[in-house]
Design a protein around this ligand. Structure first.
Ligand code: MN
Length: 277
């Protein structure tokens, strides 16, 4: 039931996204730690999909600006449909249809509720939680605004804020800017695109008109632009000690201070489907 909306929006003959297992594949609801991830999604607009495992699915919020480590910065988080547990490891290109664009696994780890009853907290619209990811750690809260942004898509009911609590892992570093790459492969959008440029994006472009065609063209252009920007930055720092990767690693470590885990460095990406955890 929980995945009905997820499945209704997608054509799995055309999308590489997982269809997801049914409820019988659920993991125990009362386990002490649960999976969480943040997927950076370059679609019609860049956003960060924040997902928390609960009752065998991934509760999901779309965060347009991404999480902030600064407790003073409240980030708009639009509640979206539950996603299958298997979606948590997904990284790749959605060639067309709903969510068309590029999905990067930006962070992953475990989360622990700071409340006894997650369902009650969700109903109340105030879920306090602890994250233990590579980039995001410590105490956070998701709080429903009660229609403060009623004009937003989906209405006020779906409008939440994602806020960092003040603790050792809070800071004024822009984590999205300083740690922009995939936690899975170390790559950027263009690397993911280069792995899997969908035939439909080239064969139908630029002949394919309309909004979708324009959107796909824009995404490809933006990916190319990202690549060019990165190339330029590499040029700037040539001959100096700090490559962008090193800078990112430093900044990420500084931001999370006690972080012991470091995202894997860039390696050959694997096209193999991820094993179910
Ligand atoms: Mn998304």
């Amino acid at each position: 039931m929980a995945l009905d909306e997820y499945r209704r929006k997608r054509d799995f003959t055309r999308s590489p996204e997982p269809k997801g297992k049914d409820e019988k594949a659920r993991r125990p609801a009362k386990q002490p730690t649960r999976f969480f991830c943040v997927q950076k999604h370059l679609a019609s607009h860049l956003h960060y999909d924040f997902r928390l495992e609960h009752n065998g699915v991934l509760l999901s919020w779309a965060v347009p600006k991404g999480p902030s480590l600064d407790p003073k910065t409240k980030r708009l988080a639009m509640k979206v449909e539950d996603h299958p547990f298997d979606y948590g490891e997904f990284e790749g290109v959605i060639p067309e249809g709903y969510g068309a664009g590029i999905v990067m696994l930006w962070d992953r780890g475990t989360w622990t509720p700071e409340v006894d009853d997650v369902d009650a907290a969700l109903k109340k619209g105030d879920l306090k939680l602890t994250l233990n990811g590579y980039k995001l750690k410590g105490s956070w809260v998701l709080v429903r605004t009660g229609g403060r942004y009623a004009g937003a898509r989906g209405g006020g009911d779906r409008t939440w804020l994602l806020i960092k609590h003040r603790d050792d892992w809070a800071g004024d570093v822009d984590i999205a800017e300083f740690a922009p790459l995939s936690v899975k492969t170390g790559g950027d959008f263009e690397d993911i695109l280069a792995e899997d440029t969908p035939a439909v994006w080239t064969s139908h472009r630029p002949a394919k008109g309309g909004d979708a065609g324009a959107m796909l063209a824009q995404i490809i252009a933006r990916a190319a632009q990202l690549k060019a920007t990165r190339g330029a930055r590499t040029e700037d720092t040539k001959g100096t000690e700090d490559t962008k990767e090193k800078k990112e690693k430093k900044a990420s470590t500084a931001a999370t201070r006690k972080s012991a885990a470091t995202p894997r460095r860039k390696t050959q990406t694997s096209r193999k489907p991820q094993k179910k955890r």
